[in-house]
Ligand binder design. Structure first.
Ligand SMILES: *[C@@H]1O[C@H](CO)[C@@H](O)[C@H](O)[C@H]1NC(C)=O
Ligand SMILES: *[C@@H]1O[C@H](CO)[C@@H](O)[C@H](O)[C@H]1NC(C)=O
Ligand SMILES: *[C@@H]1O[C@H](CO)[C@@H](O)[C@H](O)[C@H]1NC(C)=O
Ligand SMILES: *[C@@H]1O[C@H](CO)[C@@H](O)[C@H](O)[C@H]1NC(C)=O
Length: 237
C-alpha cells in the first residue's frame, strides 16, 4: 500500500511541476479576461513589442526611443480615448485615437483597424496585448508589453521574450526608459508634433501602399530613408 501512496505523491508532484512554471508556452499564451475598462485607464509605459512584420524590428529599433500611453474614459462605457506619446530621433510626437473594449477584445478602427486580446503575464502591473492589425490587404500580429512602471525587471522582460517566441513572432524590441520620455521636463521643452490629423485622415490607398512597401524586397530600407528624410525636414540639423 505504501507503494501506492508514494506513487500518488510522485504523480501529484510531477503534475504540479508541469503546471507551475510561468515559462511554459501553454501558460504564456493563455488569454486573460479584461477586468473592465477601469483596468486600462491611466498612464502606461510602452516597453516592448514583437511582430510578424518582416523588417519592422529594425525600423522600431532605429526610430523609437521611448513611448507611453494615456488611456482615458471615452463618451460611451466601452470607449477609451488613447493618447500616445512617442520619442523618435530626439523629437516628440503624439497621436490620439480611440479604442473600444467589447467582448474581451480591445479594438480600434483608426488609423488602421486592429483588435487585441490580453495574454497571461507574471508581471503584476503589466498588460500583454496580442493584436491583429489590418494594413492594406495584410493582417499583422503584434505583441505589446505595457507597464505602469517606467521599467520592469530583467525576468519580466525575459518572460515577454519567451511569449513572443511561443507565438513565433520576432524577437522583441525593448524600449529604453533611460532615453527619457516626452513628458519629462528636459525632453518636453521641445514642442510635440501632433500626428493625429495625419494618422486619422490616412486613406485606404495610402495604407495599401504602406502594406506593399512593408512586404516588398528592400521595403523597410525605403521606409527608413523616407522617415529619415521626413525627420530631416522637421529638424534640419
Ligand atoms: C491622462 O489624461 C487625463 C485626461 O485628459 C489627464 O487628466 C491626465 O493628466 C493624463 N495623464 C498623463 C500622465 O498625461
Ligand atoms: C465574442 O468573442 C468570441 C470569442 O472571441 C467570438 O466567438 C464571438 O463571436 C464574439 N461575439 C461578438 C458579438 O463579437
Ligand atoms: C487575427 O485574425 C485572424 C484572421 O482574421 C484570426 O484567425 C486570429 O485569431 C486573430 N488573432 C487575434 C490575436 O486576434
Ligand atoms: C483631417 O480631416 C479633418 C476632417 O475630416 C480635416 O478637418 C483636417 O483638415 C484633415 N487634416 C489633414 C492633416 O489632412
Amino acid at each position: 500500500m505504501e507503494l501506492v501512496h508514494v506513487a500518488v505523491v510522485v504523480l501529484s508532484l510531477l503534475s504540479a511541476g508541469q503546471s507551475s512554471p510561468v515559462t511554459s508556452c501553454e501558460s504564456l499564451t493563455q488569454p486573460l479576461d479584461f477586468q473592465g475598462r477601469d483596468q486600462l485607464l491611466g498612464r502606461w509605459t510602452y516597453l516592448g513589442e514583437s511582430t510578424d512584420m518582416l523588417g519592422t524590428r529594425a525600423l522600431t529599433k532605429m526610430f523609437m526611443e521611448t513611448s507611453w500611453l494615456n488611456f482615458t474614459a471615452g463618451d460611451n462605457s466601452d470607449t477609451i480615448n488613447t493618447f500616445q506619446s512617442q520619442k523618435m530621433l530626439g523629437l516628440c510626437f503624439s497621436v490620439s485615437y480611440k479604442h473600444t473594449l467589447k467582448n474581451n477584445t480591445l479594438s480600434m478602427v483608426q488609423p488602421y483597424s486592429g483588435s487585441g486580446i490580453l495574454l497571461n503575464t507574471g508581471c503584476p502591473d503589466c498588460l500583454v496585448l496580442y493584436s491583429n492589425y489590418t494594413i492594406g490587404q495584410s493582417s499583422y500580429k503584434v505583441l505589446q508589453l505595457l507597464s505602469k512602471r517606467a521599467k520592469v525587471s530583467a525576468a519580466e522582460l525575459e518572460e515577454f521574450k519567451k511569449q513572443a517566441e511561443c507565438l513565433s513572432l520576432s524577437s522583441p524590441v525593448f524600449l529604453d526608459s533611460e532615453k527619457g520620455f516626452c513628458s519629462d521636463e528636459s525632453v518636453s521643452q521641445q514642442k510635440t508634433i501632433d500626428l493625429s490629423d495625419t494618422m486619422n485622415n490616412i486613406t485606404s490607398d495610402q495604407l495599401s501602399q504602406l502594406d506593399k512597401i512593408l512586404r516588398s524586397q528592400g521595403g523597410v530600407k525605403t521606409l527608413m530613408e523616407m522617415l529619415t528624410s521626413a525627420v530631416g525636414q522637421i529638424n534640419p540639423n
